[in-house]
Design a protein. Structure first.
Lengths: 227, 221
């Protein structure tokens, strides 16, 4: 029978600092790809709601493809395909970290594009027009009228996406990024303690995502005016 | 060889080889779907129960499985369980892992579906002398199915995509075959793009189906 407490008592001083160090990489991947995904998402949400048929079609194809692919497959495509398609270019800068961040951002961009679109579409045009008529500047109407209403629709799903993203960073280990999951694998197999190490790692992921999810619940509750 | 020459010379071989992993992908997805449908209902019922002894374990389960990555869950089951005396095959670990992960998702779908049915329906059934279980079976669940069908279809899509993880615990499905092909031929561009195409051929029509079901449901209301 496995004595988890005894195993932890003996090894945790070696395992935990190392795992926590690599969870910084995990947080770095998550935050950089989140910011990138927001940019990609805004771009495609604007395309998706634009008057131009070409832009709309482009956005629809992107969203369907990026959401239809498993994230792992998307990561493999982003990381392994371009260097082979364009072998003439310089790929020195294209590390596994960069590939992971771009892959996750492309996936997240498609999710956030739909979130932002629902935010844009939910707002009646009249709101902005009324604000302008009342003498607000466009910037004021954006700050006081449009944004507070759009935020209520957009923030909860965007925050939920961020939690999902934090967990999805574990997939980057599959293309070789040295983050929490990859380090866990190397410790687990070199120390022959898969159960103890993977349970500990599950705990670290939980410790990162659970406070976020509590915050999202509070946010949802506070933004819900109809309560 | 340029990319197009590779596609021309090897494309068919790559496609047929990758499609050889399709039965494994579908088996894992269907196995996990059935597991999650059954176990998720159980968790949902515990979650809405009046008894704390049922409700609290369900909440703990939900928080833990939604708070940790599916890949970690698969690793705990496949690599960790042998430490406590179970040795699951890659297939069993994949189905149980994705099934447990999915049950946490589905139980919320069930709960929302059950809660969307007006309380009066349950009360009426109880006052007619039905037991709570019968009222759930004959009155509440048949009505809730309508609300739940679109999110269940969406869940099936998520599950199909999540099967692309299970090569990490040794199931020889599409992604595993793709990696083998790349090791064998070094043609990563062609192989991974074809693999992506295979997934899209299934997930995009399924997403359309889910969207159609959702529109239909809204038309009923």
């Amino acid at each position: 029978m496995l004595e988890l407490p005894a195993i932890y008592a003996e090894n945790i001083h070696r395992w935990l600092p190392e795992l926590l160090y690599y969870s910084l990489t995990t947080l770095k991947i998550a935050s950089v790809s989140f910011l990138l995904a927001v940019a990609v998402g805004i771009f495609f949400a604007v395309c998706r709601t634009s008057g131009s048929r070409l832009l709309r079609g482009f956005a629809v194809v992107y969203i369907e493809v990026a959401r239809g692919l498993p994230i792992v497959v998307l990561l493999y495509i982003v990381y392994f395909v371009p260097p082979q398609l364009f072998p003439g270019l310089n790929w020195q800068w294209f590390s596994d970290f960069t590939g992971a961040v771009i892959g996750l951002a492309l996936h997240g961009g498609a999710i956030l594009a739909e979130v932002f679109r629902s935010g844009i579409e939910a707002l009646h045009k009249g709101q902005r027009e009324a604000a302008l008529t009342l003498g607000m500047t466009p910037a004021q109407s954006m700050t006081y009228i449009v944004f507070p209403q759009a935020a209520r629709i957009v923030l909860p799903p965007a925050a939920n996406y961020a939690i999902g993203l934090l967990k999805d960073t574990s997939l980057c280990s599959l293309i070789g990024v040295n983050e929490l999951m990859n380090d866990a694998k190397s410790i687990a197999f070199s120390d022959y303690q898969p159960m103890a190490v993977f349970v500990l790692v599950a705990g670290i992921y939980f410790a990162m995502s659970y406070p976020l999810s509590l915050a999202v619940r509070t946010l949802e509750w506070r933004l819900n005016v109809s309560r | 060889m340029s990319f197009l020459e590779v596609l021309d010379a090897k494309g068919w071989y790559f496609l047929t080889t990758l499609l050889g992993g399709w039965p494994e992908t579908v088996t894992v997805a269907l196995g996990a779907l059935i597991f999650a449908l059954i176990f998720g209902l159980l968790v949902a019922l515990m979650r809405i129960s009046r008894w704390r002894a049922l409700r609290y374990p369900a909440i703990a389960y939900l928080e833990i499985f939604r708070g940790t990555p599916a890949l970690v869950q698969l690793f705990v089951i496949y690599f960790g369980f042998p430490d406590i005396g179970f040795e699951p095959s890659p297939f069993q670990a994949a189905i149980v892992g994705l099934g447990l992960n999915g049950a946490a998702y589905l139980s919320e779908v069930y709960r929302a579906g059950i809660e969307s049915i007006h309380r009066g329906q349950m009360e009426a059934a109880l006052s007619l002398g039905m037991t709570p279980a019968r009222a759930l079976q004959y009155i509440v669940l048949p009505q809730a199915i309508r609300t739940m069908l679109p999110p269940i279809t969406n869940f099936a899509i998520i599950l199909l995509k999540d099967t692309a993880l299970v090569f990490a615990i040794g199931v020889v499905e599409i992604m595993a075959l793709a990696r083998n092909l790349v090791t064998e031929t070094l043609q990563s561009a062609a192989v991974y793009l074809i693999a992506g195409g295979i997934y899209l051929c299934v997930t995009i029509p399924m997403a359309r189906l889910a969207a159609g079901l959702e529109r239909q449901r809204q038309a009923w209301h």
